[in-house]
Design a protein around this ligand. Structure first.
Ligand SMILES: *Cc1c(COP(=O)(O)O)cnc(C)c1O
Length: 357
């Protein structure tokens, strides 16, 4: 397929991008991120795989406490918390939650208290897993951290914690797991606007955008942003937890709510929501061979760090789909690096590394 970009198309795209910027500007936002994050080619990886040219959108470089995708969501969520007069943030996640770590840092920046509930979803007793990596950083940022057993109703736990704090005169604000609600998803609507500007600046036509999808806010924001720009970029989420049907439904529901919040009568097409959940392995947060190989390959070809729970499994999916020809006929595929490298220190024994002495 050859697409020639005419001046009219460019004008139309510019108009849509400006409209999107205007729609987003109505929402309060705290600037936490080092934005725009870089968009870089991964030429050694592309050469190694022999498929389309691969690029990386460096949302691992958002800057807040070692970065990651939650920073963009927190720009809108924490602004909302401030507007509501909150003095205390409550959130939840898995033990090695990157979301919890970035939330703890954001709360510290705004001088708010932060309570984090960590659900034991893996059953690991490795002290690196339970104390190092993100857990170390949560505590360094001054958050109060407490554990819950796997399968606990974490929303109910957050509600009861909030009720207790309210009765002590505090004003708590609950951020759902992963920061995934329509307000948080605005961060990834904003990322689409940013990426469109970046691609246009360097004359890059992006064919596909691939990323790890979990609590669904990232993908819902991306779907919504791409719809607003009437973009034909092929978006693919690589699942890290739920089966495909469930993941796609979660993303679709949240994208529709995000579009409604954005408020320009935007329609979300169900067929734009695509998840491939074949790379989860035995379960959320549990290592797979494919993830280990992908993380090592990127560390060794591109000098980039990916994480065991999300971006490493996302990469495993990207690499395998390149090999299977999923992107055949496409020229430029961007992998959105959602961060998470702090979690590597919680998974020290996972990577069968060579001996040293
Ligand atoms: C949370 C997270 C994701 C998934 O984003 P969702 O918005 O929860 O789907 C991907 N990668 C990393 C590193 C994350 O921390």
């Amino acid at each position: 397929m050859t697409a020639t970009i005419t001046e009219n198309d460019t004008d139309f795209q510019n108009t849509l991008t400006k409209e999107l910027a205007t729609a987003l500007a109505r929402f309060p936002r705290v600037r936490f991120g080092h934005l725009p994050t870089p968009l870089e080619p991964m030429d050694r990886l592309s050469e190694h795989l022999g498929g389309p040219r691969l690029w990386v959108k460096r949302d691992d470089c958002t800057g807040l406490s070692s970065g990651g995708n939650k920073t963009r969501k927190l720009e809108y969520l924490m602004a909302d918390a401030q507007e509501q007069g909150a003095d205390t943030i409550i959130t939840q996640g898995a033990t090695q939650s990157n979301h919890a770590r970035q939330t703890a840092a954001a709360a510290a920046r705004l001088g708010m208290d932060c309570h984090i509930l960590l659900e034991d979803r893996t059953g690991s007793n490795d002290t690196n897993y339970t104390l190092n990596g993100n857990v170390l950083l949560d505590r360094l940022h001054g958050a109060t951290v407490s554990k819950r057993a796997g399968g606990t109703d974490m929303n109910a736990e957050m509600e009861s914690l909030a009720a207790g704090l309210t009765s002590q005169g505090k004003v708590p604000y609950i951020i759902p797991g992963g920061g995934s609600n329509p307000t948080g998803a605005l961060g990834y609507v904003n990322c689409v606007r940013e990426l469109a500007d970046q691609a246009s600046d360097i004359g890059l036509k992006i064919d596909a955008l691939v990323h790890a999808t979990g609590s669904s806010g990232t993908q819902a924001g991306l779907v919504t942003g791409l719809a607003a720009l009437q973009s034909d970029i092929h978006l693919l989420g690589i699942g890290v937890r739920a089966p495909r049907e469930k993941q796609e439904q979660m993303v679709f529901d949240l994208a529709r709510k995000t579009a409604a919040l954005l408020g320009n009568g935007l329609d979300i097409a169900r067929d734009k929501v695509r998840a491939n959940c074949d790379y989860v392995g035995p379960g959320y947060g549990l290592p797979t061979e494919g993830m280990k190989n992908a993380v090592k390959l990127l560390a060794r070809t591109e000098g980039l760090l990916f994480d065991p729970v999300y971006s490493g499994k996302g990469l495993d999916g990207l690499i395998d789909q390149v090999r299977q020809g999923y992107f055949d006929g496409m020229n430029n595929v961007v992998f959105l690096h959602t961060g998470g490298s702090a979690a590597l220190f919680g998974y020290v024994d996972t990577f069968d590394l060579h001996e040293y002495s």
